[in-house]
Design a protein around this ligand. Structure first.
Ligand code: URA
Length: 206
């Protein structure tokens, strides 16, 4: 996939957010309450990409503010990462009805926004939460879909990829929503997130 061709030409972040807020490119615009573009510092070294807004996010227009988001914030804190230092977004920016999985046409419609966000923020590390996010980013980077569709077999692995003109490390892990129902996964997500500081070159106590 030539992601540079998919990137949107915008003069800055505000223009990009405006495009997202007014987007009607897929059917999700009909049922959404608020668009959830993403939030965080534009110079963040860490970018987190989830799947899609849920009910609370749809109400507030902010990513990961519901139960899964609160767990995510806690797990980040446990490994010494402050949520405020991370740029957080989703594969699709509008809530799918009843929190169903985003459909291929919806993911495709939202892809230019995600690509533009990544190439604007230029993170050193992208943490993919869940299989939709991991599949989207790693197939963009050229991995065959089949090889990256099973989150249990790729979680915790670090993929050094090139997205357009950006070299970035991609770390897939489980989605925190899965860990709400299966508490054993909390420790696994934490174990994966612990790698981030080392990857950023800070190491222990840095
Ligand atoms: N789940 C996601 O994938 N993203 C959110 O923003 C909230 C819940």
């Amino acid at each position: 996939m030539d992601i540079i061709k998919i990137k949107i030409n915008v003069v800055g972040y505000d223009e990009l957010v405006n495009l997202m807020l007014n987007c009607t490119k897929c059917k999700l615009h009909k049922s959404r309450r608020r668009v959830v573009p993403g939030e965080g510092p534009l110079n963040a070294k860490i970018m987190i990409i989830g799947e899609a807004p849920g009910e609370r996010e749809d109400e507030e227009g902010r990513p990961f503010v519901g139960a899964a988001g609160q767990l995510l914030t806690k797990l980040l804190n446990n490994v010494g990462i402050r949520r405020e230092e991370v740029y957080i977004t989703n594969v699709v920016k509008c809530r799918p009805p009843n929190n169903r999985d985003p459909e291929p046409d919806e993911i495709e419609a939202c892809r230019p926004y995600l690509i533009t966000q990544i190439l604007m923020i230029r993170p050193q590390i992208i943490i993919c939460l869940g299989r939709h996010s991991a599949r989207e980013i790693l197939t963009m980077a050229g991995y065959p879909e089949k090889s990256v569709s099973n989150i249990s077999s790729i979680r915790g692995k670090v993929f050094n990829v090139k997205l357009g003109d950006l070299n970035v490390k991609v770390l897939p892990t489980y989605h925190p929503a899965a860990a709400l129902y299966n508490p054993r996964l909390r420790g696994v997500i934490e174990e994966d997130l612990r790698k981030v500081k080392t990857l950023l070159g800070k190491g222990e106590g840095g």
